[in-house]
Design a protein around this ligand. Sequence first.
Ligand SMILES: Cc1cc2nc3c(=O)[nH]c(=O)nc-3n(C[C@H](O)[C@H](O)[C@H](O)COP(=O)(O)O)c2cc1C
Length: 374
Amino acid sequence: MAISLHTKLCDMLDIEYPVMAFNHCRDVVAAVGNAGGCGVLGALALPPEQIAIEANWIKEHSDKPFGIDLVFPSAAPEMITHEQLMAMIPQGYKDFMDKFKAPLGLPEQIWGGAGMDVFLELGIGGSYESQLKQLDAALETKPAIIAAALGFNREIVDRCHSAGAKCATLVGNVKNAKRAAEAGVDIIVAQGTEAGGHTGRIGTLALVPQVVDAVSPTPVLAAGGIADGRGLVAALALGAVGVWTGTIWLTAHESPLVDFLKDRVIEATDEDAVISKIYTGKTARVLNCKYIERWQQPDAPATLPMPLQNLYSPMPLFLSTEDSYSASLFDKPGLQEYATSAAGNAAGLIKQRKSVRKIMEDMMTEAVEILGAE
Ligand SMILES: Cc1cc2nc3c(=O)[nH]c(=O)nc-3n(C[C@H](O)[C@H](O)[C@H](O)COP(=O)(O)O)c2cc1C
């Protein structure tokens, strides 16, 4: 059977290329839409008003479909305060972190400060109520798609559908893929362990066809390790209707990732993106750095479950030029070695900075060449 670059995903979302792009920055999301794919804004840490501002900005700069990525209730602590969460952190953990931070001049925390907006006060994920408020704010802006790595249920799927949005969820195994399909999710993203950010244990090559078989006829996207036309064609050959990408956009000109981390992504080899629980309490793939090495020393405590692990930590997973406070903390040569970015094994494939449009064009040109087709 011939492989076509115009897939069911293109029809579902009314886009030219079967490429979805996760990014925290509205500029990248709008640029991906304008280049023929579908950008998805990472918004789990944004208060509802900010989600509206970012989404409206995207709509002013692109008339193409876009998505918003959140996280949903099953992952959320209910009726818990910042103080209660902080009290759950063992003293030995705090002592270890204090000993690490003090000589480097790092503050107590960046995330989770008492009195901060609830979305930061409770760490990643917020509360049940706050997540539904985020969802409503997102749906108001009429995105083509609402995505989430955690927590879709039938009620949320119905809410999205009533507002005219499709749902996509990221899964790392067949069990969760089936659960999502049963909840009525429209697109399943089978994300292999190669992926940047939170990730599972199964490689993309083995995972995608198993998820395709398990949830058919629900369409599946392949994610994890895809950074060029070869990856796109391979994903289609595995039965996916397109790709869901993250790492490849980190070094785009439009991406606000700080310069020294863009360089680190470009210099990365196949072995430099490693899995660690020290950022969020869940396994996440990030570029190796001195902070990770510190946690590998014998005196390091056990990591804590989400959201506790990053409530007492000043170490962000994405240093953005748009977050001048966090970016300036690491704007010192000695400290930069402790900073990192979430990034996948595909970092080893990224050799130069390009515009979003050029990244997309290169991927499509290569895919067309491989297929010998239009
Ligand atoms: C810097 C970074 C941050 C990420 N944050 C999220 C997130 O907040 N929510 C989410 O659903 N996925 C997140 N992801 C995962 C992406 O959505 C995507 O599944 C992954 O990057 C695909 O694999 P790749 O990095 O090999 O392209 C993140 C990825 C990166 C690189």
